[in-house]
Design a protein around this ligand. Structure first.
Ligand SMILES: [Zn+2]
Ligand SMILES: [Zn+2]
Length: 259
């Protein structure tokens, strides 16, 4: 499984695209995790075929996590996609996505020449797609957000979306080769968001292979850079990825940067 960081930023960061990750499974299935305001353009730079991605996951319905989807649909229409696009989210995804599309490009849904397939994933339930088992659990966020575990027969990847960990998300990420977690603040000072320090606590408690910290508040990322670098120097398996970082979840316990 290959993990490509398309964006690592929060909603308003002028230097980093909204947090978004493109997965490529061993079978070549490409799955986009979140597609915010600025993520779609980063995807376009990496997906040259109109038939990619095969699926999109929406962790929650904040604009920096799904307002790029109307633009994605426009581009896929324009470039002649024919295969279905599967959109997986918590309950209500169909209504939210189609409402956003109607606001962005009125009447455009009827023009799409490829099917949209909506699937819903409830906390505690399982879903099979792309050769992966999908499971989700609620975090603590200002609207309902699902942390996602994707699993094949060899690898486990957890993607937090937004929000502080809960006992349920922590349980889900146990044994994960890679946890991609939001760390909006330095410490838990912002309600409904995770932090760098709480992620370090999580890494100490949970059985986690590696952890990538994303979605840092822009002033924390810049003003707190020195402090964060010092903190992370004690945790060689936790890092701050940046755009275009590409990682292979291989058979070895260490992550291998993809070429
Ligand atoms: Zn959010
Ligand atoms: Zn966000």
């Amino acid at each position: 499984m290959e993990v490509l960081f398309l964006g690592v930023g929060e909603a308003c960061d002028e230097h980093h695209a909204n947090t978004s990750v493109l997965l490529t499974t061993g079978d070549g299935c490409r799955i986009l995790l979140d597609c915010g305001f600025t993520a779609a353009h980063r995807l376009f730079a990496h997906c040259r075929s109109a038939e990619e991605p095969h699926a999109v996951w929406i962790s929650h319905f904040h604009g920096d996590h799904f307002f790029g989807i109307p633009l994605l649909l426009l581009r896929l229409w324009e470039t002649g996609r024919t295969e279905p696009l599967t959109i997986i989210s918590l309950q209500g995804g169909r209504d939210k996505v189609l409402a956003a599309l109607e606001l962005a490009y009125p009447g455009f849904e009827a023009k799409l020449q490829f099917p949209l397939i909506f699937k819903e994933l409830d906390p505690g339930a399982r879903l099979e797609f792309g050769g992966l088992t999908w499971q989700a659990a609620r975090s603590i966020h200002s609207c309902t957000n699902l942390g996602l575990l994707l699993q094949d027969d060899r690898h486990r990847l957890f993607y937090s979306g937004d929000g502080r960990p809960t006992p349920e998300t922590e349980q889900l990420m146990q044994g994960a080769d890679l946890v991609i977690h939001e760390a909006f603040s330095l410490k838990d000072s912002i309600a409904n968001h995770g932090s760098v320090l709480s992620c370090l606590d999580l890494a100490r408690r949970a059985d986690i292979g590696h952890m990538a910290l994303v979605h840092l508040e822009r002033n924390v990322r810049t003003g707190g850079a020195e402090v964060i670098t010092t903190l992370l120097s004690e945790y060689p398996r936790i890092w701050l990825p940046t755009e275009d970082d590409r990682i292979l979840l291989g058979d070895t316990p260490d992550l291998v940067p993809a070429r």
